[in-house]
Each structure stands twice: as structure tokens, then as C-alpha cells.
Design a protein around this ligand. Sequence first.
Ligand SMILES: [Zn+2]
Length: 393
Amino acid sequence: MRRSFKFLLRPTAKQSAALTQCLEDHRQLYNAALEHRRTSYGKAGVTIRYGDQSAELKEIRKEDPDGQGRWSAGSQQQTLRRLDKAFAAFFRRAKARQKAGYPRFKGRGWFDTVQWPAVKNGARWDSRPHDPVTRLYLLGIGHVRVHQHRRVSGTVKTISVKREGARWFVVLSCDDVPAEPLPATGAVAGIDMGVASLATTSDGEHIDNRRRLAASADRLAAAQRDLARRKRGSKRRREAVARVAALHAKVRRQRLDSAHKAALALVRAYGVIVHEDLRITNMTRAASGTIEFPGRNVAQKAGLNRSILDAGWGVFLTILSHKAESAGRELVAVDPRNTSRTCSRCGHCAKENRVTQAAFRCAACGHAAHADVNAAKNILRAGLALRDAAQAA
Ligand SMILES: [Zn+2]
């Protein structure tokens, strides 16, 4: 199993300056390689590939010993591969006649990650195993302190360093991470993904109230409005940009944190978890549920705030699927259409059943429940039916 581990770095002031420089040089390498591909094709019709650019690295490093020559050739190759992937994706979309989007030059602040292959000498995880603090060695930067808050398992394949606002993180991508199965539980649950709570179970539990995230989203929206008013090039504008970046990072952390907690709670409690198929959810969500009841709730805020709350579902499901796989739990995805307007007791399906955002009352049998719990029960039923059908086949 492949898994990644993310830790906060605690660089010294000097290391922090070197990290910034390292990121900047990799950004410039990326842009130069992009420019090279563009002009070669534009002027001479020649297609440049990853292999061509990688072969030139040696020369580039030799000519610029105090610049590009300072960093690991391995991380520079990863940067060129990243550009290669951007081109591959562009050609794939163009071929499929989708909106293509030519790879773009990366401005300052739009290039935040450098990756090293762990097998070469440019980067080494746990570089001083006898030191009581974990350290990460990076060529040209030194042995950086790591705040390692959990154990790493498996084989480290790549080491990425990311800048998020003013902080630096390391992400280890590991192969052969052993699964840690949890003891079997006969319990099954359906979960409804919502906006007031991240998830509600068919047992009636609301997981992760989103008020904290909504508050951060509000602050982020305000900071962005403030940024829009600032004049280009002004000191106030630079400050506003930093504030927006810090709030973005905070929202991301909160979302990840709550997704991890919610997923862990579900995986501990249930052997089979049924959730909505997100591809269909995203298509239908706009036409049903939350939008029908504007006002009052944190849920109905428009624009950025709303998209921040919504976007959490994808992150949550990704984490849930990793944890479920590791714990040996079963996940089932079902078509969510009509789950919020169907009565979980009698099956009567009508828009009028949904009285408000939170209240469900069946117009046929009078069954009353929290709307999300009712939906979660329908999701569970659909999932179990799907599972039975699959086992019968
Ligand atoms: Zn009913």
C-alpha cells in the first residue's frame, strides 16, 4: 500500500532562507524549461521532450555553480518531470477535445513544492538517526529539524518540501506500508455528507460540526475582499496577500484535521460504510437539498464560503478510503439521487417531504426525522442492496 506522511519542518533562519532560494531556483528552472519547449516548437516546429531537457541539466549546473549548481540534480529532474506531466495532460485534453489550457509560467507564490527522489543523495529522511530529534537532510540546505508527530512505515520513495504560507512541511511518499486491520465489527452505516455537519450517520450521529471551518471561511472571504481593494505594488497589498495565504493554509489544515478525525471515528465503529458517489453528488447538489432553503444556516452562504465547505467532501472521502483500506473495512458508493427526498420508512418520494434544511416529514406516512439522518438511512439501504446484488452475481 502507498501512503504519505506529512510533517512540519523547523528550519533555522539560515535554512529557511536557503529553502526559499531553492524553491525560487526550481521555479526558474521550470519556467526556463517551459520557455524552451514553447520557442522550439513555435519557431522551428521541434518538440522537446523530458529526455532532451534532462540531458541538458549537467551543462546548466556546470555553468551556474552558485545558482542551479547548488541543488540536487535529482530534484531538478523531478521539476522537469513535473513540467512534462503538465504537457502530457495538456495533450491528452487537447486530443479529447476538452478545454486544453496550455502549461503556464509559474509566478512567485505559484510554485510551492520541490520533490527529491529518496534513492539519490540529494535528500535523506532521518539523516541523523542517533540525534533525539528527527532531521531531514537536503543538499544545499542542511539537516533540517522535523516535528515528527507520528511513526513512518514502509519505504520512503520521494521526499517533497512544501511551503504553505510562512511554514514549511515535508511530505514523504512511502511504498509497501503494511495495512493495519482493525478487529471486525458487524456494524454498518450510511453517511450523508452535508454542509452543517461534514457527515451524518444512519445511526443519527452528526460528525464534525462545521462552524469553525465556516468561521475561517468567512475571515478568508473578508481578507480576499480586502486584497481586491489594495493597489498593485503597495505594501498594504503585500500584507493582504500574506494574510490570504495564511488563511488558506489554515482552512486547509482544519479541513484535513477534521477529515482525519471523522474518517477515523467511522472506520473504528463500522465494518461497512456506504457513502454518496461524489461525482453524482456534485452534479445534483446544486439542484437539490441545500440550495432550496436559502438563508439562516451557515450552509447557504454563497460563493467562496460555500465552495470551501463543499470542497471538504472530496478530501474527506479520499482520507476515508485510505483509512478503510488500511483497516480492512468495506466502502460502498451509491447514487445519491433522491436520497434526501425519499422517506426512509415508507419509501414515498416527494420534494414536499423535505420541510426545511434540517427537517424531514413524510407527506404520506408522517414519519419525521432529521433530514440528514433520513438521507443517511436511504444511502445505507441503497448500499446494502448494491452489495447483496454484487454478492449474488
Ligand atoms: Zn413515509
